[in-house]
Design a protein around this ligand. Structure first.
Ligand SMILES: NC(=O)c1ccc[n+]([C@@H]2O[C@H](COP(=O)([O-])OP(=O)(O)OC[C@H]3O[C@@H](n4cnc5c(N)ncnc54)[C@H](OP(=O)(O)O)[C@@H]3O)[C@@H](O)[C@H]2O)c1
Length: 289
């Protein structure tokens, strides 16, 4: 076993790539678990020490990927109905391999059971805690990066449109801060048996966000709540399957009602500096060509 090699799952995704970069910055050797071997070249360019391809729903490919690693950071595919059996397969393979640190990338407030993927992550947390493996559970809030796909509309039409009540507050967080926190957690044993809520530094409504964006880009931007039938229509047109659309609607309805507020202290403690504020994130986004 390589005493430092970490298996990173979901490595080719939005979250996985950000975490890979942060791990590489900390000089942590990473074996990237990817779905398609054609993704390997790009991930090795990003700094993955090695890549292994497999399907998360196939316990055989998980067992093979686990050979020789000492740590795992498991990121499940978003809103996947098999989140629990997938995580159980990684847990089983990690136990067989004698892995000494299993980091599970969960979500903030997994106890919001009305939202299926929160509930499934809660079940997966329970399975990990009861597995006997040394673990750390990370519970990230909603990413600031959800602004990226709508950025063109925000700047061109002056509308910040999200499927939530424009007054409900969210502690949105910069994915790069989350990635830095993951690298810190993976770098030592100091965080074993911890469950960390990772929220951004401010509670912001869509109206607050629109006002900040207006300030930064110098044109008026207004917040707009997108009706859920429009969300479904757009997702259908983009090719999302029926289950994914249903889960998105459930989540959006829940956030619309309750918002998504959390506490930023642990994130700041982990990364050793103040977490990125929304204004700084938008300033950076606005200056990216
Ligand atoms: N977005 C947020 O604000 C937020 C907040 C908290 C937590 N999270 C959690 O973060 C996690 C990752 O989200 P993300 O937005 O980074 O997702 P993503 O960009 O869709 O990435 C998911 C990755 O998983 C891979 N994958 C999917 N199914 C697979 C399978 N059966 N076998 C092997 N690989 C598979 C995908 O492979 P391909 O590249 O081949 O498609 C992709 O690389 C989710 O669990 C989500 O709940 C997200």
């Amino acid at each position: 076993m390589n005493r430092n090699l970490l298996l990173l799952t979901g490595a080719n995704g939005r979250t996985g790539r950000a975490i890979l970069k942060a791990m590489v910055d900390q000089q942590l050797p990473v074996r990237a678990f990817i779905r398609d071997s054609r993704q390997a070249e790009e991930l090795e360019q990003l700094g993955a020490s090695e890549c292994v391809s497999g399907d998360m729903t196939d316990p055989g490919s998980i067992a093979a990927a686990m050979k020789g690693v000492s740590k795992v950071l498991h990121i499940g595919p978003p809103m996947h109905p098999e989140e629990l059996p997938i995580t159980q397969s990684f847990i089983k393979a990690a136990r067989t391999e004698g892995v000494d640190h299993f980091i599970y990338y969960s979500v903030m407030h997994p106890l919001r059971r009305d939202v299926r993927h929160h509930r499934l992550k809660l079940d997966a947390e329970e399975a990990l805690i009861e597995s006997g493996l040394p673990y750390t559970i990370l519970q990230p809030s909603r990413y600031m990066q959800h602004l990226v796909p709508i950025w063109k509309n925000v700047t061109e039409d002056g509308v910040h449109a999200m499927p939530f009540d424009v007054t409900k507050k969210f502690n949105v967080v910069d994915l790069n801060d989350l990635a830095a926190a993951c690298a810190v957690v993976a770098s030592s044993d100091d965080h074993l048996y911890a469950t960390y809520e990772l929220a951004g530094p401010e509670a912001l409504s869509q109206e607050d966000m629109a006002a900040t964006i207006s300030d930064v880009i110098g044109r008026e931007v207004t917040a707009q709540a997108v009706p859920l039938d429009k969300v479904a229509e757009k997702a259908r047109a983009a090719g999302a399957d029926a289950d994914r659309i249903e889960q998105m609607l459930v989540m959006n309805k829940h956030y619309d009602e309750y918002g998504f507020r959390g506490n930023p202290n642990i994130l700041q403690y982990l990364i050793g500096r103040p977490a990125c504020h929304f204004r700084a994130y938008v300033t950076q986004l606005a200056s990216t060509p």
